[in-house]
Design a protein around this ligand. Structure first.
Ligand code: SER
Length: 876
């Protein structure tokens, strides 16, 4: 079976067992602050398990794009070293939300693997949880008994908490699990030792392929476990590993998921892939790293996460850099090459994941530009390495850390470079510096999330599309979160008009009254399906009746900007083309920022047409057409704009302003008529990343103030030019200015010439040094430098110190003839200037033959001049 057939067969099997097949959620996690990337198929169903949301289907199956590169599940450092770990991988899963449990889950996994996929039952092993008496969890004999229907007792093993109790993160749904392992070894090897010895042993050839988790508990922040209202099944089978087993390979990289990519890497680099896992086989490892990381980076960019300098974007950048480094060090790739693998990736995976094909050009450009800039950093790092002051034969830990931190050199690259030059690295010092940095950033990011105090289990309903205030709601839960030791209070209500930050729209602010007590809502956030109100204190009586009120002016300002963003999106399509799709937005009361794909800077005319079109639509005063609960298929057919990387449910909301102009799937808030937006004005346009542009704009009152501000500035100019045409007047001023500057330069040059001949007469012999230290009436640093060089060039053994003053600051320029900077009693301008600069309360530096310094205290110049004389006179 090909990989594609295997994926379909899995889904077909569960479809036959009455499961609904759902699409993969985005790999980038936008609505769960506890998780950057989807790390398991169950993430998107977390709320069902916790009982925060009611599922529409109780049986679901899918293939989920996952990434394990941070937090509790992190495989990044293993990738490339073995044949089974990946950063990005597909997880095939089936779920029961309070429906079937251990019996069916085990029976179906057996049926699928042995009957449908034809895996030899003799090769299969199962593990079950041995129990955790300290947490009151018994041995999972139940699962074991179900397995005994298919497997002899000696092929069922007990496993500990690490292997057989699955948890998503520090908190959240969890439970005991049973894992299925396949003995992939040859018949000969199997005859020599039983497969059970290899279960959970890395590199043994017995590989875990499927995990069936029986979710029963919620792990709370205080570490305790509480029972969930219902019991669920969460299974995850590594698609790459399953394919490896079914294609009878010993590494995922040898399956048809990876071989086409590896073949292309071979072609591009001219090296051949030997499939070796020996530590010395660096280029084989590098090829695996590149193949794996290419997928991770391409999929995350397709889901809307650009590489960047913080959060998830930084993780993506680091993954790509790891690939670049391996390519650079072990595949001799000093030029960008990873982006050239996109066509083969799209050919292989574009059908199952059309988002890749659709964004191929964009992804390619982004990867290429990241590669280019990181290769430049690597080059700079190599130069830094060459210039390191190696004390004896050791590279200091701090230097190795600088190479790591500033230039992206991992310690093994530094070690390699050091070995080539016969040096060693102070690795203990490096580790200490690294730990110190980690401790610092942990302290900065420290966030302690307390457990929710749950009053009732009601779901939270958003009523803020229709009303801005409401009475009679109830608090369902509350908690305290500590951010850098500062407490933050959070409330959830059974019903709220407050919009929680999502889809690039800021959260509402306003007031909540609990009984008679007033709380200020500082922000509203979204955590999966919960709307979380951040308030200034917790109420004294959480059971009291709640009155809620969103600040109407702010909501109006945000809605103005969100509607304007839709109109802008449609205008971009019309003026620039269909490719100009949204890549991100930040819509809040005082701000409208919109990122979109486009490969060059839009021209001024294009920007003007975009702005005119948006304003025309505002003046048309188009009424809002809002459709809620539209089945997703219907929405897709209607041609409304949808974004990749967004998680859409079975039904969606469509926002339309003129059927022929703007229709988008959207959860945000909007104006009732476009006329409310008033005026739309673009304030800036810039490049955000390769192929991504950023527009900033203002609307309504803010736009009015912006225009007024610009007009006032113009009026000021007009007054200065006394009624003349301002641009003509400014142009003529510029012309005059240029002519005057020329004249001035000429006069200065003449003066410097006169000055030079005066100075030539002023040298004085101090112990064989032709000494000159004086203040000069020049203020142009370049002219002074020039003068100093001319003097040291013309006069032997010259020491020339020129001091000058301008705008209340002092400048020292010191030049010393080459003959005096070597040998016994050598003078060093760089070292001397630092001492001299103290008199003018400043600092500076330079080389032995030339140095400059600046300071705030021109009154110290005479002291500088006499100090210089002493230095030269006191020379040994
Ligand atoms: N959540 C489990 C895992 O990720 C099974 O899907 O292994």
């Amino acid at each position: 079976m090909t990989a594609t057939e295997i994926r379909s067969a899995f889904l077909d099997f569960f479809r036959e067992k009455a499961h609904k097949i759902v699409p993969s959620a985005p790999i980038v996690n936008k609505d769960d602050p506890s998780l950057m990337f989807t790390n398991a198929g169950m993430n998107q169903f977390k709320d069902y398990f916790l009982g925060d949301r009611v599922p529409q289907q109780r049986r679901v199956a899918d293939t989920q794009k996952c990434m394990r590169v941070s937090g509790k599940h992190n495989d990044l450092d293993d990738v490339g070293r073995d044949g089974t770990h990946h950063t990005m991988f597909e997880m095939l899963g089936n779920w029961s939300f309070g429906d079937y449990f251990k019996d069916e889950a085990i029976a179906w996994s057996w049926e699928l693997l042995t009957d449908r996929f034809g895996i030899d039952p003799e090769r299969l092993y199962a593990t079950v949880f041995e129990g955790a008496p300290e947490e009151g969890i018994p041995t999972d004999d139940e699962a074991k008994n179900f397995w005994l229907r298919y497997l002899p007792e000696d092929r069922i093993l007990y496993g500990n908490k690490k292997d057989n109790f699955w948890e998503m993160g520090e908190t959240g749904p969890c439970g005991p699990c049973t894992e299925i392992h396949v003995d992939t070894r040859s018949a000969e090897e199997r005859a020599q030792s039983p497969g059970r010895d290899g279960v959970n042993v890395d590199g043994s050839g017995v590989v875990e392929i499927w995990n069936n988790v029986f979710i029963q508990f919620n792990r709370k922040a205080d570490g305790s476990l509480v029972n969930l209202p219902e019991r669920h099944v969460d299974t995850g089978m590594g698609f790459e590993r399953l394919t490896m087993v079914l294609q009878d390979k010993s590494a995922t990289y040898d399956t048809d998921i990876f071989t086409p990519i590896l073949a292309e890497i071979e072609r591009l680099t001219g090296k051949s892939y030997g499939g070796s896992y020996a530590p010395a086989a660096k280029s084989d490892m590098a090829m695996r790293v590149v193949a794996d990381h290419l997928r991770a980076v391409a999929f995350t960019i397709a889901d809307g996460q650009l590489p960047g300098s913080g959060g998830a974007g930084y993780v993506v950048r680091r993954i790509l850099r790891r690939a670049v480094r391996y390519g650079y060090s072990f595949l001799d790739q000093q030029q960008p090459f990873i982006h050239k693998l996109m066509p083969v990736l799209v050919r292989e995976m574009g059908q199952a994941f059309p988002e890749l094909a659709r964004q191929e050009e964009q992804i390619t450009r982004i990867i290429q530009s990241e590669e280019r800039s990181f290769l430049q950093t690597l080059e700079n790092g190599l130069q830094r390495f060459a210039a390191l002051d190696t004390d004896g034969n050791t590279i200091a830990g701090q230097d190795a850390f600088e190479l790591y931190d500033t230039f992206g050199f991992p310690i093994d690259l530094t070690r390699l470079l050091a070995e080539e030059r016969g040096l060693t690295v102070d690795e203990a010092g490096f580790t200490a510096a690294l730990q110190e940095q980690k401790a610092r950033s942990r302290k900065d990011a420290a966030k302690e999330v307390g457990d929710w105090h749950v009053l009732t289990d009601e779901p939270s309903v958003f009523i803020g599309y229709d009303v801005l205030s409401d009475s009679g709601a109830r608090i369902t839960k509350y908690r305290t979160v500590k951010v850098k030791d500062k407490p933050q209070y959070q409330l959830v209500l059974d019903r709220t008009p407050f919009y929680g930050e999502s889809g690039g729209q800021a959260g509402d602010r306003g007031l909540i009254r609990v009984g008679e007590e007033r709380l200020e809502v500082i922000d509203t956030q979204k955590e999966n399906d919960l709307t979380v109100h951040v308030v200034d204190k917790l109420p004294a009586d959480p059971q009291a009746d709640v009155y809620t009120a969103v600040t109407p002016e702010e909501r109006q300002a945000v809605s103005n900007n969100h509607t304007a963003a839709h109109l802008l999106h449609a205008a971009l399509h019309e003026v620039l083309g269909e490719h100009a799709v949204q890549k991100g937005q930040d819509v809040r009361a005082g701000k409208l920022r919109f990122d979109f794909s486009h490969f060059e800077r839009p021209t001024d005319q294009e920007l003007e047409r975009i702005e005119l079109l948006v304003n025309a639509k505002i003046r048309e005063n188009i009424p809002l057409l809002e459709r809620r609960d539209v089945p997703i298929e219907e929405a897709r057919k209607s041609g409304a704009m949808m974004l990749f990387g967004e998680k859409y449910g079975d039904t969606v909301r469509i926002i339309t302003f003129d059927e022929d102009f703007s229709s988008e799937l959207c959860g945000g808030t909007h104006v009732k008529h476009t006329g409310e937006v008033g005026l739309f004005k673009i304030t800036s346009e810039s490049a955000l990343a390769a192929g991504v542009r950023r527009l900033e704009a203002v609307t309504a009152l803010k736009a009015e103030w912006y225009v007024r501000g610009r007009l006032a500035a113009l009026r000021e100019v007009q007054e200065l030019v006394k009624g003349a045409n301002p641009s003509e007047a400014v142009r003529s001023l510029q012309d005059d200015n240029r002519a005057l500057k020329k004249e001035l330069d000429k006069l200065q040059a003449e003066r410097a010439g006169d000055l030079k001949s005066d100075l030539q007469q002023s040298f004085e012999d101090i112990g064989g040094v032709n000494f000159l230290a004086t203040q000069v009436p020049l203020n142009d640093a370049a002219a002074i430098k020039n003068l100093a060089f001319q003097l040291t060039g013309e006069i032997e053994n010259a020491f020339v110190l020129l001091a000058s003053e301008s705008d209340g600051k002092a400048l020292l320029t010191l030049a010393i003839s080459k003959g005096l900077t070597d040998g016994d009693g050598a003078l060093n301008a760089g070292a001397m200037i630092r001492g001299l600069a103290k008199h003018i309360r400043g600092g500076g530096g330079g080389q032995p033959f030339f140095a400059t310094a600046g300071g705030k205290e021109p009154g110290g110049i005479p002291a500088v001049l006499s100090h210089a004389r002493e230095l030269v006179a006191g020379r040994e």
